[in-house]
Design a protein around this ligand. Structure first.
Ligand SMILES: Nc1ncnc2[nH]cnc12
Ligand SMILES: [Zn+2]
Length: 348
């Protein structure tokens, strides 16, 4: 009879010991239910409709967004957001992440009564605290919320652009992909592009390949949030590969939201096989009962080898919205971690 593997070996087999990097996670969506319960109690907010037995409850994309909005509303001050960012990044670092970008939504802060500048100041304090505690590096991507309309998204872009906070390095579009058309947000993306921000947009999550194509045409992002449904159109996949568009793939989110019925139906492996630049991400981890380590474990479970999984981390660092000196440092850290694991990273 063989002995049970040690926890470290079991974790390594699951893919959890890998050095990881994440490009796609919404900070409000990363709020652990315990943290939300604590802040809700302080502010006298009833969250019993969205948190039961320590887990978020929702049943479709619309009710997920409603739960997300209510959970967000319990974070009201600069210090609340510092705690949220530090908690999120501390959890990621404990899993093995060396770099993380997260989406920040000035509209959610404003709805909770906090001016966007104080929101970003609080989050950046959390980033600095986490860096001191664990060495994890992080940046913020301001997002406009699509279902709030083009004017709100332009307001978010102007906030991101001027004055530039040093840790805000990107601009993106989140929210309900089923509302409006990408062209509605072209002005917002022009503002962000002119400010030198990196660009990403959610597409090909709830809607099909036509949404990804229209997003690439109208907004010209270097990265697409999700993008998985591009697999339904081989011509579009060829374009994504040829243009080097990076896909921020979030399998746990896709499965939780029912975009795909099960792991076997998820196109992660096919996307990798096309040569597209793929990264792995957790999106809104406690809402979808996932973690970044779980996403890497998912990749292992669907048959993606360790070298390719390390390649996801390298890809994320190469596509990160950071200055070149930081990118070089992160790639060096990845190289050292990969050698310790006994496997040099793909392409490095
Ligand atoms: N999965 C998702 N898609 C679009 N907008 C979001 N905001 C938070 N999570 C999201
Ligand atoms: Zn997302």
């Amino acid at each position: 009879m063989s002995e049970a593997p040690s926890p470290a070996v079991a974790r390594a087999r699951r893919g959890g010991a890998m050095p990881m990097a994440e490009l796609h996670c919404h900070i409000e969506g990363a709020a652990h239910p315990d943290l939300v319960l604590a802040h809700a109690a302080r502010h006298g907010i009833d969250v019993s409709g969205i948190i039961r037995d320590g887990h978020y409850v929702w049943h479709d994309f619309t009710s997920f967004l409603a739960a997300y909005d209510l959970a967000s509303s319990v974070f009201r001050g600069e210090a609340d957001y510092a705690d949220l960012a530090a908690d999120h990044l501390g959890r990621l670092a404990a899993q093995g992440a060396i770099y993380a970008e997260f989406f920040v939504s000035p509209d959610h802060a404003s709805n909770a009564g906090l001016p966007p500048a104080a929101y970003v100041a609080g989050l950046s304090r959390g980033i600095e605290r986490a860096r001191e505690e664990s060495g994890i590096e992080a940046r913020m991507i301001v997002v406009g919320v699509r279902h709030l309309g083009p004017e709100a998204v332009e307001r978010a872009a102007r906030f991101a652009a001027e004055p530039r906070h040093p840790l805000v390095t990107g601009f993106g579009l989140a929210g309900d992909e089923r509302t409006g058309t990408p062209a509605d947000f072209a002005r917002a993306f022009a503002i962000a592009r002119n400010a030198g921000l990196g660009l990403t947009a959610h597409a090909g999550e709830l809607c099909g390949p036509e949404s990804v194509r229209a997003t690439l045409d109208a907004l010209k992002p270097s990265r697409i949030g999700h993008g998985v449904r591009a697999i339904e159109d081989p011509e579009l996949v060829r374009r994504i590969v040829a243009e080097g568009i990076v896909l921020e793939v979030c399998p746990g989110s896709n499965l939780a939201l029912g975009i795909y019925p099960d792991a076997a139906a998820h196109p992660l492996k096919q996307l990798v096989a096309t040569g597209a630049r793929v990264t792995l991400n957790s999106d809104d981890p406690p809402f979808f009962r996932t973690t970044l380590a779980d996403e890497y474990a998912f990749a292992a479970e669907v048959g993606i080898d360790a070298g390719t999984r390390l390649g996801f981390t390298r890809q994320a660092i190469e596509a990160a919205f950071v200055d070149e000196a930081t990118r070089r440092r992160l790639l060096e850290r990845l190289g050292v971690a990969a050698i310790a694991l006994g496997a040099p990273p793909a392409g490095g």
